[in-house]
Structure formats: C-alpha cells, structure tokens
Design a protein around this ligand. Structure first.
Ligand code: SME
Length: 162
C-alpha cells in the first residue's frame, strides 16, 4: 500500500528526472544522472543501476553500466540468470517483494529485501535495463513501478536518437 505522501514524493522525483532529461546533453549523461537522483531522493531505493546488453555478445550478456550504491559482485549477468536476466529475456518489468523467496535472485547485498528490474527498449528491442534494490520488503508500489518505467522509457528514447 502507498500513502498520499508517497505519491507526492514520486511526483516530485518524476519532475526531477524530467528536469535531468532536459538538461542532459547525451544518453550517457542521462544514464549517469538517473541513479544519482533516485538514490538521493527516495530513501527506500538503496542500489540503483543500469545493466546493458553487450553488443554482439553470443550468448547475450548484461554488463553493469552507470550505478549508485555498493559495488556488486554481479558485473556480468547471462540472460538465463538472476532477476536481471529474467527481465531482459522476457522484456517485462519484474517486481520481487521478497527476494529470499525467488530462486532466480542473485544477491548483490545481504541487506536487499526487494527488487525491481525494468527493461530499456530501443526501437522495440531490449538493450538493457534499470535495476533497483531496496533494504525494505515490498518497497516497490505501483507508483514506483510507473516512475522506474518512465526512467527506462526516456533512456530508450535518448538511445534511439544517438
Ligand atoms: N539481484 C540481481 C543482480 C544484480 S544486483 O542486484 C545489483 C539479480 O538477481 O539479477
């Protein structure tokens, strides 16, 4: 369940993200800025980062991109592994309320309780994803999901233009 104050906060963060998008000169700048804004403004977001598909890799592999938070042991993730692999291979947002109950989960931090992974599309194809971990169980409400999907969408649009 999310409260009215959560909705106000999410709206404020969405505005900050849109401001960043209007100021960022390149897709790379936007991708570097999004994890900073989300981590700074939403205290329940404890690790925020992009994974991008390595161009030409066979079999495909996700490679850690811009991120904020502790270094993860998972800098490269094959598509048949992890919540990250599941989101990239299905092209669908994955929200895990309790990571201990999902056998696919690859641990980044022992403190992580819940996770959301949203694919980034360029011309309809998955090119990467935005991954967020929280130290709180079931941290990602419908509004969080919409916010993170918005972030992934504007990155995809910028990548299409570059
Ligand atoms: N938990 C992810 C791995 C990446 S770390 O969270 C940064 C997964 O299960 O794919």
């Amino acid at each position: 369940m999310s409260s009215i104050s959560d909705s106000f906060k999410i709206e404020e963060v969405r505005k900050a993200i849109d401001h960043l998008n209007s100021e960022a000169g390149t897709a790379e700048e936007l991708m570097a800025g999004i994890p900073k804004v989300l981590l700074e403004k939403l205290l329940k977001y404890n690790w925020v980062g992009f994974y991008m598909l390595e161009p030409g890799a066979d079999p495909p592999v996700l490679v850690l991109g811009p991120f904020q938070g502790a270094m993860t042991p998972h800098a490269r993730i094959p598509l048949d592994q992890g919540i990250c692999g599941a989101a990239a291979s299905s092209g669908k947002t994955v929200v895990i309320d309790d990571v201990t109950k999902d056998p696919r989960y690859l641990a980044c931090s022992l403190e992580t309780k819940s996770e959301i992974v949203v694919p980034v599309f360029v011309h309809g194809c998955v090119v990467g994803e935005l991954d967020i971990d929280s130290h709180f169980p079931a941290a990602f409400s419908y509004e969080d999901r919409e916010l993170v999907e918005h972030c992934a969408k504007i990155v995809g649009k910028r990548l299409e233009q570059s």
